[in-house]
Design a protein around this ligand. Structure first.
Ligand code: AMP
Length: 279
């Protein structure tokens, strides 16, 4: 049975009772509009913990002033049905006022990692993410928390924050779940018009092709330039298409064992991100 709670006090009481009876807790923070990518995280936590808690909270702190906070989809009832069908134990769905009551000012600054890539395009984004995730972890106090590799840089930021603040939780990474044509599942895919949806496959295809070319020994600059060209030809406006170290996100000019290709690009009004391991 899925229990929905909207206050931190009720969430605390629920997980305290579970802990008292020896149950481990796996947590899946989300912004809702759930798809199979999110549900894979729920399944992952069900394998590793007795109880699972998902949260749905569209976090205003991680959106810039001109971003899609207001139009972000919020189909809460459909999300509840999906979590129920998946066998999730609890949904934490706080209102903005519960998370950020009047007077809230504290922010978690995740350091230099947060200034790269997504941080150059979305200043303040990762401070917003780090602040909300830290608060959610304190409200739920899970043993494990699962994050998707889809948001690769976010995963690295969260690893950093959890280590730096010694938050007693194990971070679990989950692989990217893709549509049959390769497009990484995302709540924002719903924004794509049919012709854009057809062209959107170019993002993952370019990443896969570029990774394959790098594996054959082709030069990094050549591969990146041609990747950017392919994205542009498909109608994307790329924000970045880079080879970077998977842990530090620093750009690489040669392939290493932790090298990753990361891309962000806009298709019409929709901004998509994706990434792929090279080795
Ligand atoms: P979001 O609701 O977009 O904030 O995502 C919530 C969590 O689900 C984050 O840890 C994401 O990385 C993860 N996630 C979103 N889409 C996918 C996907 N296609 N595959 C794997 N994880 C995903």
């Amino acid at each position: 049975m899925l229990r929905t709670v909207t206050t931190a006090a009720a969430m605390h009481a629920m997980t305290a009772a579970w802990r008292a009876s020896g149950d481990t807790i796996g947590f899946i923070p989300t912004m809702g509009a759930l798809h199979d990518g999110h549900l894979a995280l729920v399944k992952q936590m069900q394998k590793q913990a007795k109880r699972t808690v998902a949260s749905v909270f569209v976090n205003p702190l991680q959106f810039g002033p001109d971003e899609d906070f207001h139009k972000y989809p919020r189909p809460l009832e459909a999300d509840q049905e999906k979590l129920k069908a998946a066998g999730c134990d609890a949904l934490f769905a706080p209102a903005v006022e519960e998370m950020y009551p009047a007077g809230f000012v504290t922010s978690i600054n995740p350091g230099p990692l947060a200034a790269l890539l997504e941080g150059t395009i979305r200043p303040g984004h990762f401070a917003g993410v780090a602040t909300v995730v830290t608060k959610l972890l304190l409200q739920v106090l899970p043993d494990l928390a699962c994050f998707g590799e889809k948001d690769w840089q976010q995963l690295q930021v969260i690893n950093r924050v959890v280590r730096d603040l010694a938050i007693p939780v194990t971070v679990v990474a989950a692989s990217i779940v893709r549509e049959p044509d390769g497009l990484a599942m995302s709540s924002r895919n719903a924004y794509l018009a049919p012709d854009e949806r057809a062209r959107a496959t170019a993002l993952s295809q370019t990443l896969f092709d570029s990774a394959a070319r790098l594996r054959t020994g082709e030069g990094v600059q050549q591969v990146l330039v041609s990747g950017l060209e392919k994205l542009t030809q498909a109608g994307f406006t790329p924000d970045y298409f880079v080879l970077a170290d998977g842990a530090t996100l620093e750009s690489l000019d040669r392939v290493t064992s932790s090298a990753r290709l990361l891309a962000a690009a806009r298709l019409g009004p929709t901004r998509l991100i994706d990434n792929v391991a090279v080795v």
